[in-house]
Design a protein. Structure first.
Length: 351
């Protein structure tokens, strides 16, 4: 029998306590009129991967879900539609002009019927118990957003490591995440490993479509500021496919995206005076580190002008001997500095 939709639960204080997931894992059929989970998959140039991804979705031990695929004006639409044809009766397939991943996810969110949203990139893979374990964690941990760990595979220096091992190795096996921990990169979320309450995402305004990149990072920050309970578990429940054509270029873009989100925080987030001082200090430190890392990445292709600019910016934000030395070397002996840096990188000694 189909699970009946529950009205929002309230505590003795009258506060909303989140979706009813008491029957998570009970085997509700996908054809149910009231799916608990809506899986939102944006798609752009992923025809070679979507069949494998969908196979992991339909192999889930928890079945009370719907699948929403949003084709974001992909140039490989014909090949993509051929790949998903065997599943067309089991998915909600939407098409739109290309507007970026944030707009595609928002289209999926607006069409979703589930109380919970599970984000999945069209080339990543879930373990069969992904949804079951995530719903169990949400229920037992009492959180509004849960993020699981992912094993990295494909074209990446971190292939064979997990996402959380590579970015937050010292973190406990599970825990809550705060706004400042996200800003400072002490904690990090991977989008394909996130399950979140849909109503909260709607309340904070969906993904920011003005951000063509880093829109997921921005959303997590807004949810944290809104008072959502964010948590992670370092249980590997998915596989993240790295497909970057240029590892250094991908890293440069990643750092620059994070810096743009910091601009948004400083310009549009509301803080008390005390909070603003604290947040500004964290952002300043993080900006300095990112600019220093950008400088090293610009060395790789020999873009010495941009490397000098980044090292100078890092040194102005937070005085330290490392960016100061790097700036000096890029001024007097950029070619030699690049050669030394590449040697250290290749030998695995780069910081």
């Amino acid at each position: 029998m189909a699970r009946q939709m529950k009205s929002p639960m309230t505590t003795s204080t009258g506060q909303y306590s989140g979706p009813d997931i008491s029957r998570a894992g009970a085997g509700v059929s996908h054809e149910s009129a009231d799916p608990l989970v809506s899986i939102v998959i944006p798609a752009y140039n992923v025809a070679p991967y979507i069949s494998e991804t969908l196979a992991t979705v339909f192999a889930q031990t928890f079945t009370g879900f719907e699948v929403i695929i949003v084709n974001d004006g992909s140039p490989d639409t014909e090949e993509f539609e051929h790949a998903i044809h065997p599943h067309r009766e089991r998915v909600c397939y939407l098409k739109q002009e290309n507007r970026g991943a944030s707009a595609a996810r928002n289209t999926g969110l607006r069409a979703a019927r589930g109380e919970l949203i599970a984000f999945l990139d069209a080339d990543d893979l879930w373990s069969p118990n992904y949804l079951e374990e995530q719903l169990k964690f949400i229920r037992e941990y009492g959180c509004d957003l849960a993020c699981a760990d992912a094993m990295i595979f494909g074209v990446s220096a971190d292939t064979g490591r997990s996402y959380m091992d590579s970015l937050m190795e010292a973190a406990p096996p599970e825990g809550r995440l705060t706004f400042l921990e996200l800003v400072n990169a002490d904690r990090s979320l991977i989008t394909s490993g996130v399950v979140v309450r849909r109503d909260l995402v709607l309340q904070v305004g969906l993904f920011d479509e003005a951000l063509r990149n880093a829109q997921d990072f921005d959303l997590w920050l807004r949810l944290a500021r809104h008072g959502a309970r964010l948590a992670y578990q370092r249980k590997v429940l998915l596989s993240y496919r790295s497909r970057a054509n240029s590892l250094s270029g991908d890293a440069i873009n990643s750092h620059q995206r994070e810096l743009r989100v910091f601009d948004k925080i400083e310009q549009s987030y509301e803080f008390t005076p005390a909070e603003r001082v604290e947040v500004a200090a964290v952002i300043r430190s993080r900006r300095a580190l990112l600019e220093y890392e950008l400088g090293k990445l610009f060395l790789v292709p020999g873009d010495f002008a941009r490397a000098r600019e980044s090292f100078a910016h890092a040194n102005s934000l937070q005085r330290s001997w490392k960016p100061r030395l790097a700036l000096w070397l890029t001024r007097i002996a950029p070619g030699l500095f690049r050669t030394l840096y590449l040697r250290r990188t290749q030998s695995g000694l780069a910081e």
